[in-house]
Design a protein around this ligand. Structure first.
Ligand code: MG
Length: 280
């Protein structure tokens, strides 16, 4: 398989990322798909969608779980609303995450991913054990249908994430590395973090950001690829050094401005093409 196939984070009827039509127009060979709405996750739709993708020459490399009620408005809101950490929605979301994995299976996709939410850094916190247990539960479900689960990075410093993955003790648990999130959440210098967790990284986002004045207390700012603090050339060289050859999936979240989003994703693709040619 080609090294570093380019991709975009995309959605059909629900979720973040660019619309499928945009992926098609930009000519990308792969997408990570944000899970469509529950009502559309049917076998019939899966077949229809696969036909459409085959016609477009697009391959899905991962299906990302997402849930109603999640908001990335600011860091406290993420803590309260995102992923499987908030107790009041956990049972329903765990069930839904398994359904999303089942839908990914229908799409012949071996990777499902999600933002787990803010895992407590204190392993003595009872919430830590609860999140471990729910992650294990989903890993078992995915494992039974030959799928891996990838955790999106950002909320956890590299060392906490490593300890968490070790504590889950499942061999189908990996990382979707998002360097910009490390900056946005203020959880560590992204390249250093990548070097630490590299052996677990099986998919990546190409996204950029600038640091907040008070990292960890307030959001940094997501910016077009190449204009932030990640350092795309260093990022790709580090991935290369780690032996990562999987897709490079561009993520640009500005849903309020689809036109600008398309232009910026187009530029990001050009930047990655240049760097791919340079680094080889
Ligand atoms: Mg991401």
């Amino acid at each position: 398989m080609e090294k570093w196939p380019l991709g975009v984070f995309a959605s059909i009827d629900a979720g973040l990322g660019v619309k499928l039509e945009v992926a098609q127009e930009l000519g990308v060979p792969t997408i990570q798909l944000h899970a469509p709405e529950k009502a559309t996750r049917t076998p019939q739709n899966a077949r229809r969608f696969l036909d459409r993708l085959a016609m477009l020459g697009i391959r899905i490399t991962a299906v990302f779980g997402g849930f109603a009620g999640e908001s990335y408005a600011d860091i406290p809101t993420v803590t309260r609303t995102v992923g499987l950490v908030p107790p009041e929605t956990r049972a329903a979301r765990t069930k839904e995450m398994k359904e999303i994995a089942d839908f990914a299976r229908l799409l012949n996709v071996d990777v499902v991913a999600l933002h787990l939410g803010f895992v407590p850094h204190d392993t003595a916190d009872p919430l830590y054990r609860e999140v471990l247990s729910v992650t294990r539960d989903i890993c078992v479900h995915c494992g039974d249908q030959r799928q891996a689960l990838h955790l999106e990075t950002g909320q956890e410093p590299a060392d906490s994430l490593l300890r968490f993955i070790g504590d889950v003790e499942r061999d189908n648990l990996f990382i979707n590395f998002d360097p910009a999130n490390m900056i946005l959440y203020g959880s560590g210098e992204p390249i250093e973090a990548l070097e630490k967790v590299g052996r677990h990284v099986r998919s990546v986002h190409c996204k950029d950001a600038t640091w907040a004045a008070h990292p960890g207390k307030e959001w940094g700012a997501e910016v077009p690829l190449g204009e932030g603090a990640v350092g795309m050339e260093r990022y790709l060289r580090t991935l290369d050094k780690l032996g990562y050859s999987g897709p490079l999936t561009i993520e640009r979240e500005i849903p309020q401005d689809p036109q600008r989003q398309k232009v910026e994703v187009g530029r990001a693709l050009n930047l990655l093409r240049e760097l791919k040619a340079k680094i080889g």
